[in-house]
Design a protein. Structure first.
Length: 77
């Protein structure tokens, strides 16, 4: 049967993707792609297109800044 891509949800804050697919086991699976993740060569074209559209340099920079701030807070506790 192969995996059947069903839906991409884009989170508002950092433009992460929540992806839903029907897998060979007949069950729906969800996975998360974080902004700026390297996409697999065999990734669904719709996911690649959406990443190119919404993962702008500005969005990636904001995500990197957020991660650095979170790491700094953890280091200070």
């Amino acid at each position: 049967m192969g995996n059947i891509f069903n839906k991409i949800e884009v989170t508002p804050d950092h433009k992460h993707f929540q992806i839903r697919e029907l897998k060979d086991d007949g069950l729906w699976h969800r996975r998360l792609l974080l902004c700026g993740d390297t996409l697999a060569e065999d990734e669904h074209q719709e996911v690649k297109d959406k990443a190119e559209e919404v993962w702008t340099d500005e969005v990636k920079s904001a995500w990197a800044t957020f991660q650095a701030e979170q790491e700094a807070q953890r280091s200070n506790t």
